[in-house]
Design a protein around this ligand. Structure first.
Ligand SMILES: C[S@@+](CC[C@H](N)C(=O)[O-])C[C@H]1O[C@@H](n2cnc3c(N)ncnc32)[C@H](O)[C@@H]1O
Ligand SMILES: [Zn+2]
Length: 166
């Protein structure tokens, strides 16, 4: 549980989520732009991340990986130094965003968030170009937003229409 900047009331709580497992919920009003929590964990290489979380061997997806840059991934699993941010679920209509500052990742409020509301950001899992249709199904989304795109992967890039190319 985090304390507010003045060290008194907690900003959020971790509890069961209707989206998936545990989630993070506002404990009091969080103003737009607030830096809520750092995404912490072990810094590992892409290769090590692939070794730890092999999609082909998992029946359901459940990862704590966050890509920091081309070379580095943060594994937010609780056993390897993950913190409360690791419990924040994905939404296609997010109230938070992840901002990379230097070598750190912070979760910020995108808008004012009322107490009891679940915090969520858009995971935007990278597409590889291979098996994307299959992966979209594997990474199905349960955020429940009206504009849910059905998958927690990054939206596919729209092909430029012929008329715009003229
Ligand atoms: C970083 S964890 C989030 C915390 C997770 N709820 C827990 O209890 O461990 C990421 C995992 O949560 C699940 N998840 C998060 N958001 C989801 C969503 N919108 N739809 C389906 N599963 C989701 C997926 O299994 C994903 O791999
Ligand atoms: Zn969704």
């Amino acid at each position: 549980m985090s304390m507010s900047r003045n060290g008194r009331e907690p900003l959020y709580v971790v509890r069961n989520s209707p989206i998936h497992g545990r989630g993070v919920f506002a404990a009091r009003y969080i103003r737009a732009g607030t830096r809520i929590v750092e995404y912490t964990g072990e810094r590992i290489s892409n290769r090590e991340a692939d070794r730890r979380y092999d999609d082909t061997r998992m029946k359901r997806h459940h990862t704590f990986l966050f890509t920091l840059d081309k070379k580095t991934v943060i594994d937010g699993a609780i056993e390897t130094g993950g913190g409360d941010a690791s419990y924040i679920n994905h939404s296609c209509d997010p109230n938070c965003e992840a901002i990379i500052t230097g070598k750190k990742i912070f979760i910020h409020a995108l808008r004012g968030i009322y107490p009891g509301t679940e915090l969520a950001y858009d995971y935007q899992y990278e597409r590889t170009g291979r098996n994307d249709a299959k992966l979209e199904k594997f990474y199905f989304c349960k955020c429940g937003a009206e504009n849910c795109r059905g998958s927690i992967m990054k939206p596919a890039k729209k092909k430029r229409s012929r008329s715009r190319r003229k």
